[in-house]
Design a protein around this ligand. Structure first.
Ligand SMILES: *Cc1c(COP(=O)(O)O)cnc(C)c1O
Length: 351
């Protein structure tokens, strides 16, 4: 393996959730996808796609889309950059703002990609453990050139309040990234901090909230002086033609978007109450997922397998602070009713 950089050879890459063949009838609650289809306008735009245009490169600047996103959030196109999913955006952030050897910080447990990106870019990962109830995280290390805060955080769904996010962002001289992949399911967001502070970048994705994980689009909002530098780093044609058209159509259907979000939030809050009544422990989640823990300690792995055997896919993380439960996406109301029933049976088996 001498050809390979030692840091790559020795690392474990990012492990995505299983994507089973759709013909296998799983209730798929393992990747925080939206259980409802995207807006019907997406279908219309796909039917109108000009087949011959596919031979031409897409707009490298995604300008129309950035203008639309800017208008939606009250920013200019120059303060927005689009990526091939927000994974692509996070990668650009590291490459733009952290030199090899410089500190890349994040709390753990969190989204595992931050660590992987840090290794790939030759950064020095500064992982700070946080434990329940998560509301008093240690200060971010001041030497961090980039600090990632997933808010709401995964896999538990804890939301750091805005005032705390601002305090944390003040503690570092580098870039403070608020990864808002799930923020549309939460009551507040950090866009106001982008206006108030020069080192805050907010990242978003259409994967979860707009039911568009399959088309890959994420974006960042930040000061124009920062976004401009990220443009130098991005792959020239990182957002394909179909994605630009599809997301542009989906953004126009805000009614559909809001209904979709409120259905999931209602299901989440109802499910949380019902699962607690069965004896499961659930920390309040502000995302489109929850982290139920069976009453018996240390049984997260068994809980995961028992659900799996009954065709319900979730995620179990064999890590400090996460072993006792599973991360479970909020599916349709019907899927969650079945899941609750199964959880009632499993509880007795685990005893
Ligand atoms: C899903 C997720 C992402 C990635 O989103 P994509 O746009 O699908 O790449 C980024 N951060 C967090 C915390 C996520 O959960």
């Amino acid at each position: 393996m001498d050809y390979v950089r030692p840091s790559i050879a020795s690392m474990r890459g990012y492990v995505p959730g299983i994507q089973p063949d759709p013909s296998q009838k799983y209730i798929k609650l393992n990747s925080n996808e939206n259980p409802y289809p995207p807006s019907p306008r997406v279908r219309e735009v796909l039917q109108r796609v000009n087949f011959e245009d596919l031979r031409i490169y897409p707009d490298p600047m995604s300008l129309e889309l950035r203008e639309k996103l800017g208008r939606l959030h009250g920013f200019s196109a120059g303060e927005v950059i689009c990526g091939n999913g927000s994974d692509d955006i996070l990668n650009m952030v590291v490459r733009t703002f952290a030199q090899p050897g410089e500190g890349i910080g994040f709390y753990e447990p969190t989204f595992p990609l931050y660590r992987v990106l840090g290794v790939i870019q030759g950064g020095r990962n500064l992982a700070l453990p946080v434990a329940e109830p998560y509301d008093r995280p240690p200060d971010p290390p001041s030497e961090a050139r980039v600090f990632f805060l997933a808010n709401p955080n995964s896999p538990v769904g804890f939301l750091y309040p805005l005032s705390l996010v601002q305090d944390l962002a003040r503690k570092i001289r580098g870039i403070f990234v608020v990864d808002e992949a799930y923020v549309e399911f939460a009551p507040e967001n950090a866009l106001s901090l982008v206006r108030q502070m020069e080192n805050v970048i907010v990242t978003r994705t259409v994967s979860k909230s707009y039911s568009l994980a399959g088309v890959r689009l994420g974006y960042a909002i930040g000061r124009e002086s920062l976004i401009r530098e990220m443009f130098k780093v991005k792959d020239p044609f990182n957002v394909n033609r179909l994605t630009q058209a599809v997301v542009s159509a989906a953004l126009e259907d805000q009614d559909y978007f809001r209904k979709n979000i409120s259905r999931i939030v209602e299901t989440r809050d109802w499910f949380t109450r019902e699962a607690r009544a069965l004896g499961y422990r659930i920390i309040p989640s502000q995302g489109n997922f929850v982290f139920p823990q069976p009453p018996q300690k240390g049984r997260g792995g068994q809980f995961f397998r028992a659900l799996f055997d009954r065709k319900i896919l979730t995620r179990h993380y064999d890590e400090e602070g996460l072993r006792d439960g599973v991360r479970m996406t909020i599916g349709t109301r019907e899927e969650m009713e079945i899941t609750l029933q199964v959880m009632g049976e499993i509880r007795k088996i685990l005893e």
